[in-house]
Write a protein that binds this ligand. Structure first.
Ligand SMILES: [Zn+2]
Length: 169
């Protein structure tokens, strides 16, 4: 099922998600629907708050559905190590038409559970590292707008307000 993606400034986007404690059919349905929604939106990642579910769940697939082994489910994820810097352009499905350079770590190690509750650790570099940080920010209620410089943030806020006033947001 394709879910509706909420746009900034929906309040749920800025709230930290609740930790997941039940690894049941409902969670697995949410994960499946989140992948379907990500692919339908031509995205590479999505977090549960973006579909109005305030839980610590995110999905990532850099292959956009082409490589089953690239499907990544992150439940209760946290970054346990980070190193180096990168400064590359990012977008977000909750900010259509906004792309901006954001400072991130070049490398991260993440600890998370899968949809069955099994803990694992993984490393990400470059794009995967950026995507992991972006999605884990979402489950913490942090939006990429607030990772931009104040100048860029204000420019983009103006752009959003203009689109809102023209009913294009
Ligand atoms: Zn996002």
């Amino acid at each position: 099922m394709i879910l509706k993606i909420l746009k900034y400034p929906e309040p749920v986007l800025s709230q930290p998600g609740e930790p997941v404690t039940e690894f049941d059919a409902e969670l697995r349905k949410l994960v499946a629907d989140m992948f379907e929604t990500t692919y339908a939106s031509q995205g590479i990642g999505l977090a549960a708050p973006q579909v109005g579910v305030s839980k610590r769940v995110a999905v990532i697939d850099l292959s956009m559905g082409k490589e089953p082994k690239d499907k990544l489910v992150l439940v209760n994820p946290e970054i346990i190590y980070s190193a180096d810097k990168q400064y590359e352009e990012e977008g977000c499905l909750s900010f259509p038409d906004i792309r901006e350079k954001v400072a991130r770590h070049a490398k991260v190690r993440v600890r998370a559970q899968d949809e069955h509750g099994k803990w694992f650790e993984m490393d990400g570099e470059e794009l995967l590292s950026r995507c992991l940080q972006h999605e884990i920010d979402h489950v913490d209620g942090i939006l990429f707008l607030f990772r931009m410089s104040a100048l860029k943030r204000n420019l983009n806020l103006r752009k959003i307000r203009k689109m809102q006033s023209e009913d294009k947001w």
